[in-house]
Write a protein that binds this ligand. Structure first.
Ligand code: SAH
Length: 222
C-alpha cells in the first residue's frame, strides 16, 4: 500500500505540474478511488504509470491523465445525475460517483457482459452504491433515467450520437471523444436549447461499437 501511495503521489504531482489536474475536488476523488483496485493483480504494479492498461476482451482502462482531463472538463457538481457510456473497469464511474456525492447518481452503460460483471464487483467492493451499471448499447444512451446533467463517453464515437444530445438536460454538459484514427475531445453544452461545441486536444480510445457508434470493431485503429 505504501508503495502504491508513493507512486500515486508522484503521478498527482506530475499531472499538477503539466496543468491537467487543477481542482482539489478531482484530486480527492482520484485518491478516494485507488486505480490499482480496478486492475487484475498482475497489472497492479503498473496502476500509477500514466498508461492505458487492459481490462478484458481487448478493452482498456484509460490512462490516468485522460480520466483526470475528462473529469475536469465534465465539471461535476454534487447531487447531479450523470450518464457514462463505457463502464469498463468502473474506475471512471467510481470517480464520478464520489464527485456527485450520495445525493447524486451515476448511470453507466457497458455493452460487454464480462465488463459489466467486473465493474459491478469493483464498485461494490468500494461501496459506490450510487453507480448503476446497465448492460446495453450505450450509443443510444440510457433513456430509462434521462435527462442527465452530465454525459461522458469513454469510447471513440464516429460522431456525436443524437440520442445522447437528446438525453442531455438543458444547461447540461457532455464530454466525448470523436474521430476514427485519433479522437478529438469535444465538450458540448446545451443552453436554452442551443448546442455549442468546444474542442480539447487529441486522444486515442477504443471504439464505441453500436447503432449510433461504429458498426464493427475493426472500424477504428484505436
Ligand atoms: N471508463 C472505463 C474505460 C472504458 S474503455 C474505465 O474507467 O475503465 C471503453 C469501454 O466502452 C469498453 O469497456 C467497451 O466494452 C465499451 N463499449 C464499446 N462500445 C460500447 C457501447 N456501444 N455501449 C456501451 N459500452 C461500449
Amino acid at each position: 500500500m505504501a508503495y502504491h501511495q508513493r507512486q500515486l503521489d508522484a503521478l498527482i504531482l506530475l499531472m499538477r505540474a503539466s496543468g491537467i489536474l487543477t481542482s482539489k475536488r478531482v484530486e480527492d476523488a482520484v485518491r478516494e478511488n485507488p486505480r490499482h483496485l480496478f486492475l487484475s493483480e498482475e497489472l497492479q504494479p503498473h496502476a500509477y504509470l500514466d498508461r492505458a492498461l487492459p481490462t478484458k476482451e481487448g478493452q482498456t482502462i484509460s490512462q490516468p491523465s485522460t480520466v483526470v482531463q475528462m473529469t475536469e472538463l465534465l465539471d461535476v457538481e454534487r447531487g447531479q445525475k450523470i450518464l457514462e457510456i463505457g463502464t469498463g473497469s468502473g474506475w471512471q464511474a467510481a470517480i464520478l460517483s464520489t464527485l456527485a456525492g450520495p445525493k447524486g447518481d451515476v448511470y453507466s452503460v457497458e455493452s460487454r457482459e464480462s465488463l459489466v460483471k467486473l465493474s459491478k464487483e469493483n464498485l461494490r467492493r468500494l461501496g459506490r452504491m450510487n453507480v448503476h451499471v446497465k448492460q446495453g448499447d450505450g450509443s443510444l444512451g440510457f433513456p430509462g433515467a434521462a435527462p442527465y446533467d452530465r454525459v461522458i463517453v469513454t469510447a471513440a464515437a464516429p460522431d456525436v450520437p443524437h440520442s445522447l444530445i437528446h438525453q442531455l438536460k438543458n444547461g447540461g454538459k457532455m464530454v466525448i471523444p470523436v474521430g476514427k484514427t485519433m479522437q478529438e475531445l469535444r465538450v458540448i453544452e446545451k443552453k436554452d436549447g442551443v448546442v455549442t461545441t468546444r474542442k480539447e486536444g487529441l486522444y486515442l480510445f477504443v471504439p464505441l461499437v453500436g447503432k449510433e457508434g461504429f458498426r464493427s470493431k475493426g472500424e477504428t485503429s484505436a
